[in-house]
Design a protein around this ligand. Structure first.
Ligand SMILES: [Zn+2]
Length: 519
């Protein structure tokens, strides 16, 4: 109890002066010395604060006016507070070589400023530095440098309606999520990287070692451990792209690790490594058969401390991904072209491997690196806890226009049944259903269990069918299987009571639209 009070007192100055950096000078000097590097992006033209929306637009306009052939700027939509969300695409149109499309994004969380600044520095270098510009012969680079404009302007993590845009990628409840998905789908990337910063001083870190610890890693790599992402894609992402990025970090003395964060498990701090959640970008992109990573630079809460170093770090990882793409273009294309050999399974739920291992930290009392034994749940090593056979597709009864709208936004092709039609399906019957009493990210989450039963059922006109044979379809499993953690049912978008037959079905037999047949 006394300990908890002490912690609270220790944390108070941090909480009440959000503008100040919680990092002591000696930690900065010993572990994160500032880099000497000339960066000419808007935030570096001033001593306080970060790039504003107006400065962002002016900076991008200037790039495009100086390089009209190579850079195209567009507005993909408006933030909730009415501000334009820009996307810039850069490539060398004079090069005859085949192009690989790489998508990059910064500022999805509004309080992670080095992510946006790294994107602006990257764009500047790609257009003005000859050795970087050569990459544009083989790459078409699409960048959304400030994805959450309203949050960024307030240096606040959330969108204007209070939602976390990186928990919204299957429920699509923030207008920005729909705008970003439409832009992502239109760009049709082969490689996608989402840049973030992570919080190095966490409440539970204050309880570790004698007087607390802080994180030691300049950058942490997050790539999907989701078992519906083909194994070859997961391996290629790690073995080729992340491996190169690790080497790039080591060559400049930056410390790196696979991404982890903490969670309270009945009073004990456990570490969660990696992720398999379709609600966040890295897994969402990977389930669309994209080589995908989320980059976490050490920075949330540090204000301008080590800012050049943080921006440089994001920039170097971005450059590493571009070089890897350019060096492996053939391998990437042949990998992605073979991913549609469907497996026979759909993984509904999975469990991360739990183990005790050592992680490095900075001991705040001694100001030195220490190693602690911790419990880690490793999503990179997940095993299935519920699996079903992979269906031919999923069927949605009429009367759920919100859900079919979301499916279209997520890039799926739906076939509507024009007249009543019998289909061989498995139906879901709910055997248990409960709902959280508190909202999570705008929804009351449901916890539903189902059994499935074969049925030959007549479906009415207006029923929608999503066939898994279309490209990039693995995401559908996470949306439709009711028990999947980020499904329409789990997020309460489809209310389910115990005993209900759900209005979604697993298509088992061949499907031919009667309408198509008659033509
Ligand atoms: Zn973030």
């Amino acid at each position: 109890m006394i300990r908890n009070v002490t912690i609270l007192i220790l944390l108070l100055p941090v909480l009440s002066c959000a503008q100040l950096s919680p990092q002591s000078k000696k930690v900065t000097e010993t572990f994160f010395p500032e880099h000497i590097l000339e960066i000419n992006t808007p935030a570096f033209a001033k001593k306080k604060g970060f790039t504003t929306h107006a400065e962002l637009i002016a900076f991008l306009n200037e790039l495009v006016s100086k390089h009209p052939a190579k850079a195209k700027l567009s507005v993909i939509g408006k933030s909730q507070e009415g501000k334009d969300i820009p996307m810039i695409v850069v490539t060398n149109p004079d090069s005859q070589e085949a192009k690989t499309r790489v998508f990059m994004q910064g500022g999805l969380h509004g309080d992670e400023p080095a992510s946006t600044e790294a994107m602006l520095f990257l764009l500047h270098q790609m257009l003005n530095n000859d050795s970087c510009a050569a990459l544009l012969n083989t790459i078409e680079l699409g960048v959304i440098p400030m994805a959450n404009i309203d949050g960024f302007e307030k240096q606040n993590r959330y969108a204007a309606n209070g939602l976390d845009l990186n928990r919204d990628q299957t429920k699509l409840l923030a207008p920005e999520t729909t705008i970003l998905k439409n832009a992502f789908n239109a760009f049709d990337a082969q490689v996608a990287v989402d840049f973030h910063e992570y919080r190095p001083f966490r409440a539970d870190y204050a309880k570790m070692s004698t007087f607390g610890v802080t994180s030691i890693y300049d950058v942490m790599f997050m790539y999907s451990g989701n078992l519906n992402v083909p194994q070859v894609l997961r391996n290629y992402t790690n073995d080729v792209f992340i491996s190169d990025a690790r080497r790039a970090m080591e060559s400049v003395g930056f410390r790196h690790h696979d991404y982890f964060s903490t969670e309270d498990h009945s009073g004990h701090t456990h570490f969660h490594q990696g992720s398999s959640n379709a609600r966040s970008s890295a897994t969402s992109f990977a389930l669309r058969n994209t080589i995908s990573a989320l980059i976490e630079v050490r920075g949330v809460g540090l204000n301008r401390t080590s800012f050049t170093r943080r921006v440089h770090c994001g920039y170097l990882v971005a450059m590493s991904f571009l070089k890897t793409t350019s060096d492996n273009a053939e391998g990437i294309h042949s990998l992605l072209n073979t991913l549609n050999d469907n497996t026979s399974e759909a993984i509904v739920t999975s469990q991360a491997e739990e183990k005790v291992t050592q992680l490095a930290f900075i001991d705040l009392d001694k100001n030195e690196e220490i190693s602690l034994d911790v419990t880690v749940h490793d999503a990179f090593k997940s095993t299935p806890t519920l699996k079903r056979s992979r269906p031919v597709g999923y069927v949605l009864l009429p009367g759920y226009p919100d859900l079919s709208e979301k499916l279209l936004t997520l890039g799926f092709t739906l076939v509507a049944i024009d007249q009543p039609q019998f289909l061989e399906v498995e139906k879901y019957i709910a055997t248990a259903s409960s709902q959280d009493s508190e909202k999570y990210e705008g929804v009351f989450r449901q916890h539903v269990s189902t059994t499935t039963e074969m049925s030959r059922k007549e479906f009415p006109q207006g029923t929608q069918v999503l066939l898994l044979e279309q490209s990039r379809s693995n995401l559908a499993i996470e949306l439709f299987e009711p028990e999947a953690k980020n499904s329409f049912v789990s997020f309460g978008l489809l209310k389910v009571e115990m005993g209900d037959e759900l209005p979604i079905y697993r298509l088992k037999g061949d499907f031919k639209s009667i309408d198509n047949e008659s033509k």
